[in-house]
Design a protein around this ligand. Structure first.
Ligand code: SF4
Length: 441
């Protein structure tokens, strides 16, 4: 039988889908090229924004037609959306045609539940939060031969007031240090050159293990970075996400000593207003955030720094939004991922007074994007004439006659070449700069 995984959402979800595919393949199922060729359709869901959630329910609804035309097809829906407290009611209203519903803690059980459906069982729902037997390593079917994602922890303890993640992915759980290193060594042996260490808050790696075994010598995130840096064959190491509250001066100093790590840092800011940051429960203010940026840049002047920003948080006044514009211009990020605030049921921010109209949020987003784009272009223009190491990844999506690759700081570079260059790190001279990429033509 063949399966197809459709993924919605963030990088964490993309990697979860690689694991779901790996678990299914190791149970003997084959991956289908497209949804039409699949006997088992698996939808990996995301609930971070309301608009995404509506789109996903629409997609799940359309699968009913597919199933009607292909009796025996198994539909499985997994991931964050299934872990929300409204799921029972939603399944009753919109998900009666689903065969398997799994939350974020039970996805590794999918082959077992597929067998039970094949044996005649009706809709199986498992959204249990019991993760005691969650394996430390799972088979993974990777989509990229050069760059791989590796989970180092799951869940989050931060409870930012707008965020649903701690409710659907649970509290922080660090993965075993040895299992992480074993996975990266295996990837290096298979030819992978770059790893992205994943977690909702990678900086707090090990804290839960230390609480559980206070006398043991448990490694922290800096130790993970040091150990992964020593693995031969891995040229570049990135990490996501990194919370400013836990980004200590010591961590910045350690990263500065690691050439494979120090070229790139993603540090979510979210707002440039101290009052809004407090309301978001972010645990830092703009002065503390800026001090981290200065420390990172003092060590590594041409480091690439990106961020996340939310506009239209409840109660955000025009003045507070203007503070964000000013602070973003001052920080000079290489790029920012900007989002409209989206109320999520069950989070404190969804119940706050002062919810802002969509139109106003969109206007603010456009102004913020204009400020950031001008900074991004200005920084990128500084690369013209410089020669940078580019790891060539493959043909450009927009123009298959050209190739695409990335600098150590993760900037996209479009260049001439052929498939023989894929996997090579080449010194290329930048000839042109755009807002979101560089060109070496
Ligand atoms: S750090 Fe905040 S925004 Fe990030 S996952 Fe945790 S609660 Fe959500």
């Amino acid at each position: 039988m063949k399966f197809f995984v459709k993924t919605f959402g963030c990088q964490m979800n993309e990697h979860d889908s690689e694991i779901i595919a790996g678990v299914m393949a190791s149970a003997g199922y084959q991956q289908a090229e497209d949804i039409g060729g699949a006997d088992i359709v698996i939808v990996n869901t995301c609930c971070i924004r309301e608009s995404a959630e509506n789109k996903i329910w629409g997609f799940i609804g359309n699968l009913k037609n597919l199933k009607d035309h292909k009796p025996g097809m198994i539909l499985a829906v997994v991931g964050c959306m299934m872990q929300q407290n409204t799921i029972g009611e939603m399944l009753h209203r919109r998900g009666r045609h689903l065969d398997i519903v799994l939350g974020t803690y039970q996805q590794h059980r999918l082959p077992e539940y597929v067998s039970r459906i094949l044996a005649g069982e009706k809709q199986i729902v498992d959204i249990s939060e019991d993760n005691r037997d969650f394996p430390d390593s799972l088979p993974t079917m990777r989509v990229n031969d050069l760059s791989a994602q590796v989970n180092i922890m799951y869940g989050c303890n931060n409870f930012c007031s707008y965020c649903i993640v701690p409710y659907v992915r649970g509290r922080e759980r660090s993965r075993d240090f040895g299992a992480i290193l074993a996975e990266v060594r295996e990837l290096a042996a298979a030819g992978v050159r770059e790893v992205m260490l994943l977690g909702q808050n990678v900086n707090s790696y090990g804290k839960d293990l230390r609480r559980a075994t206070p006398d043991a010598d448990v490694p922290d995130f800096a130790a993970v970075l040091r150990a992964v840096s020593e693995i031969e064959g891995i040229e570049r190491i990135r990490y996501m996400s990194s919370h400013p509250r836990d980004f200590s001066a010591e961590l910045a100093d350690v990263i500065a000593t690691l050439p494979k790590v120090r070229a790139y840092c993603h540090l979510p800011l979210q707002s440039g207003s101290d009052r809004v940051l407090r309301a978001m429960n972010r645990g830092y203010d703009t002065a503390a955030y800026y001090a981290i940026l200065e420390r990172i840049r003092r060590h590594t002047p041409d480091v690439v720094i990106t961020t996340d920003l939310i506009v239209g948080f409840p109660g955000e006044t025009g003045e507070e939004f203007a503070e964000t514009l000013d602070f973003v211009a001052k920080c000079r990020f290489d790029a920012a991922y900007t989002f409209l605030y989206s109320p999520r049921s069950g989070t404190p921010a969804a119940r706050m007074d002062g919810q802002i109209a969509e139109r106003e949020k969109k206007e603010r987003l456009a102004r913020l994007t204009a400020v950031q784009n001008a900074v991004s272009l200005d920084i990128n223009r500084g690369y013209i004439g410089r020669t940078v190491d580019v790891l060539v990844e493959g043909p450009s999506k927009n123009n298959p006659d050209l190739m695409t690759g990335r600098t150590p700081g993760n900037k996209i570079v479009i260049c001439r070449g052929d498939m023989g260059m894929v996997g090579q790190t080449l010194p290329l001279t930048i000839t042109e700069a755009k807002t979101w990429h560089l060109e070496a033509l």
